[in-house]
Design a protein around this ligand. Sequence first.
Ligand SMILES: *[C@@H]1O[C@H](CO)[C@@H](O)[C@H](O)[C@H]1NC(C)=O
Ligand SMILES: *[C@@H]1O[C@H](CO)[C@@H](O)[C@H](O)[C@H]1NC(C)=O
Length: 86
Amino acid sequence: MSVKILSITLLLLSIFPAHPGKRRPCCVDVTYMNKSAEVVGETYRQQAARPPCVKAIIFNTGNGGQLCADPKAQWVKDLTANMTKV
Ligand SMILES: *[C@@H]1O[C@H](CO)[C@@H](O)[C@H](O)[C@H]1NC(C)=O
Ligand SMILES: *[C@@H]1O[C@H](CO)[C@@H](O)[C@H](O)[C@H]1NC(C)=O
């Protein structure tokens, strides 16, 4: 009896994701072009590939925007070398 309740509970937990809602928009495309002139601030974020999201470095730009950059681009490596990952 209690085993059955337990398995139903586990089933429900596996159906409903642990972290509902609050999905941050993610990068589905990156730029390889040198956009270092647009980057502001001292921090960047790293995004893992999780379709449809792609692996990306996310920089802040002026007026609160964000820039999705290719982690393989040299200018991205140059910039992130001196920035803090958040
Ligand atoms: C990218 O552009 C900046 C200036 O906008 C320049 O200082 C930097 O050297 C460039 N980086 C590469 C890898 O071309
Ligand atoms: C990163 O910081 C070092 C030491 O402060 C400096 O020599 C270098 O030019 C900086 N690189 C970039 C891309 O700003």
